[in-house]
Every structure is written in structure tokens, then in C-alpha cells.
Ligand binder design. Structure first.
Ligand code: FE
Length: 236
């Protein structure tokens, strides 16, 4: 099947990046999703595609409601990692993020969010690994002005953008230690694909630009997925 498909084509499709939340009784959960889109304007209706293995899928199936928070451009990777690379079966994600409960009963993440909407499921389609939920938008609010985070921006933040990409920006190296910085290797997280770049450091975790991977504290973890240093491999 799909012998004629060059999968690179799929990477040219544009998406936003969102936190989709739902609940089951008192239990709250949410996850990162890029597959969120409006399908009609009258009435305002949308669709989301959610992996059947995810806890959020179970909650949406049972409650019939969900909320979508539109993330802002400056959303830290650690925040995306919390909702995107961890399971609500292991941790209470919502306890670690500012949120409120909406009119549908679904939690709504307000941290790093430009706006949100709430929706009630009116139908669903089985897409194999995923379910596509079609839903009426019943509430929504703009929290602040700003630029929404796109899937493409997220991949650039992760550092996975190829150097041949027109959008690639050479990371700035600290002036004094230029020679030294050049010798420092990038390291790739084997779990999520995040690239640690010594020239950038990891300011969110207090690691200054110009810090070699080897010089990171032993308890440093991947800012995206939380994997330890031993899950990293040198790039190239
Ligand atoms: Fe990682």
C-alpha cells in the first residue's frame, strides 16, 4: 500500500499546536495535538484526531466533551513535553499547569494559551490508530493577543530543522569561546528527538549558552520528554 507515496510530502502539510483536554468525572487530562481544525462555520463545528491509546481519548469518548487551547509561539518546550511526551496514566498533568473548568465540565489549559474553545462531540469516525471526533463548538474565549505556535515552529524549536531548510537559522555562538564551542557536539534525545545544542544551552533549566553536553549536571533531563542524559547520543 502507498508504494507511490514519498512521505516527505506529508511533512509539508501545515498544522497548529494545541492542548486538547477532557475529563472523566473528577479526573482531568490533556495532551498535545496538531490535528485540530474547523470543519464548518454555521454552525461552528470542528474535528480533532486523537490516538486511541491516549487517556484523553478515553475521557473524550466517555464524557463527549473536550476543550482546545491554542498555544502561543513562546510556549516552552518543557510545557509541550509535559502534555506531549508524558501520559496522564502516570502523572496528573493538570496539577502542573494553570487551568480552569469550563461550562462543559472539561478542564481548559490557560497557561501559554492565546485562546480556547469548548466542544461537544456529535459524531466520530474510526481512522485506525486514531478516532476523529467531530464536535460543535459551544464556548470559547480569546485570552490574549499573540502569535499561535505552529507545528513547523515547534519542530524548529526542537532543533530538528535540517540545515538545508530555507528557514534554518545558524545558532549564535558566544564570541569569546567560539573555537571551543565549535568542538562541542550536539546531542539528540533518543526518546523524543530533541537536540541539545551547546551554543544555545537550555536556559529554561538554567543551563547557560556555551555549556557542553558533557558539562550538564547529572540530573539534567531532556526539556521535552524528561529522559535522562544517558538517553542522548552524539549527533552526526
Ligand atoms: Fe526527549
Amino acid at each position: 500500500m502507498a508504494d507511490d507515496l514519498n512521505r516527505a510530502v506529508l511533512r509539508d502539510i501545515s498544522y497548529g499546536l494545541y492542548v486538547v483536554t477532557s475529563h472523566m468525572g473528577e479526573k482531568l487530562n490533556g495532551q498535545i495535538a496538531n490535528t485540530v481544525f474547523q470543519v464548518s462555520s454555521e454552525p461552528p463545528r470542528m474535528a480533532i484526531s486523537i490516538n486511541k491509546q491516549n487517556l484523553t481519548h478515553e475521557y473524550i469518548s466517555k464524557s463527549g466533551v473536550f476543550a482546545v487551547s491554542v498555544l502561543e509561539e513562546s510556549t516552552p518546550m518543557t510545557f509541550i513535553g509535559l502534555f506531549g511526551f508524558k501520559s496522564g496514566r502516570d502523572i496528573d498533568k493538570l496539577s502542573q499547569a494553570q487551568h480552569k473548568v469550563g461550562s462543559t465540565g472539561s478542564p481548559i489549559v490557560t497557561e501559554n494559551a492565546l485562546s480556547y474553545l469548548e466542544a461537544r462531540v456529535i459524531g466520530q469516525a474510526d481512522a485506525g490508530t486514531h478516532t476523529i471526533f467531530v464536535a460543535d463548538v459551544v464556548a470559547g474565549e480569546v485570552l490574549k493577543p499573540g502569535v499561535p505556535l505552529t507545528y513547523a515552529m515547534y519542530h524548529r524549536k526542537k532543533g530538528k530543522s535540517p540545515k538545508t531548510a530555507p528557514t534554518y537559522v545558524e545558532p549564535e555562538k558566544p564570541a569569546e569561546s567560539k573555537g571551543e564551542t565549535k568542538k562541542m557536539k550536539n546531542y539528540v534525545c533518543n526518546v523524543c528527538g530533541y537536540v541539545y545544542e551547546p551554543a544555545k544551552g537550555d536556559p529554561d533549566s538554567g543551563v547557560a549558552p556555551g555549556t557542553a553536553f558533557e558539562a550538564l549536571p547529572d540530573d539534567w533531563v531532556c526539556p521535552v520528554c524528561g529522559a535522562g542524559k544517558d538517553e542522548f547520543s552524539p549527533q552526526d
